[in-house]
Design a protein around this ligand. Structure first.
Ligand code: CP
Ligand code: NVA
Length: 304
């Protein structure tokens, strides 16, 4: 089997996503009915965190254990990674002692460099540019509630960050549209999203982006690594809050998603995130199921 990495959403094609979503469903059903499934016995996942995490660490570590394997957590503070060991050297060593690696870090170029020197599959657990595992879970969650996203419209309200860029990559591969609205000065970097722009539309007014959408989604105004800009961002993003008025102009039955952690009263009101259209808890849980399917796919290929 050839070595595959998952560094950005565009690393897999439509057919592979269809397989992964079906496989995630199967793995989730088995897990929910307490049936043991151990295809990765004796396999070791190394998780490298250069930024904080709750969901990503938990879902990868629990997921690997539930598949019969083991997971090891490394962070920058307690390893030589934080003391300047070159990424290329770390990749050579870590990938000789493990079967699969997940990395959460700053620049996308770090996961790219690591993967070049890795003997085993590398998964992006979030970079400044992308968060592919999150969108894998989000689309799976949409399928569970509303079916295929093909031809539908997702409204992205707020910062044109890693999660937003990944939604746009997904739209191009899976044939849906994203309406994007960001405050002035925080616009999309179109070089990161690929394609010719047919799969997204930019709106100055967030209400226009939300109008007619099937899914409204947002994220924190200040992502990890940008904390120094927090005060300025609080002011600049004030009109980009997802509230009941915004949900009211979306399609009837529109869902609300947020990758979490959330700040109620900033990017979303409590009435929306804790309201009937919100699926944020299923969205978080589904990280577990889709990443189990992803690890199995990268290590064993398509198994059915
Ligand atoms: N959504 C997400 O990746 O959460 P964590 O930062 O807690 O991992
Ligand atoms: N955009 C956020 C996502 C956190 C899961 C960040 O990068 O901090």
């Amino acid at each position: 089997m050839s070595l595959r990495h998952y560094l950005q959403f565009s690393d897999l094609n439509r057919e592979e996503y269809e397989y992964l979503f079906a496989r995630s469903r199967w793995i989730k059903e088995r897990f929910k009915s307490y049936q043991q499934y151990w295809p990765l016995v004796d396999r070791t996942l190394v998780m490298i965190f250069e930024k904080a995490s709750t969901r990503t660490r938990l879902s990868f570590e629990a997921g690997m254990q539930q598949l019969g394997g083991a997971a090891i957590y490394l962070n920058t503070r307690d390893s030589q990674l934080g003391r300047g060991e070159p990424v290329e050297d770390a990749a050579q060593v870590i990938s000789r002692m493990s079967d699969i690696v997940m990395i959460r870090t700053f620049e996308q170029s770090i996961v790219e460099r690591f993967s070049t020197y890795s003997r085993v599959p590398v998964i992006n657990g979030l970079t400044n540019e992308y968060h592919p595992c999150q969108i894998l879970a989000d689309i799976f969650t949409y399928h569970e509630h509303r079916g295929d996203l093909r031809g539908k419209t997702v409204a992205w309200i707020g910062d044109a960050n890693n999660v937003c860029n990944t939604w746009l990559q997904a739209a191009r591969i899976l044939d849906f549209k994203v309406n994007v609205s960001t405050p002035p000065g925080y616009e999309l970097d179109t070089a990161l999203v690929g394609g010719n722009g047919n799969h997204f539309e930019v709106f100055a007014d967030p209400m226009d982006a939300a109008r007619g959408a099937d899914l409204v989604t947002t994220d924190v105004w200040t992502s990890m690594g940008f904390e120094a800009e927090n005060d300025e961002r609080l002011k600049d993003f004030a009109d980009w809050q997802v509230d009941d008025d915004m949900m009211a102009v979306a399609n009837t039955g529109a869902l609300f998603m947020h990758c979490l952690p959330a700040h109620r009263g900033e990017e979303v009101t409590a009435t929306v995130i804790d309201g009937p259209q919100s699926v944020v808890w299923e969205e978080a849980e589904n990280r577990l199921h889709v990443q189990k399917a992803l690890m199995e796919f990268l290590l064993l290929g398509q198994v059915d």
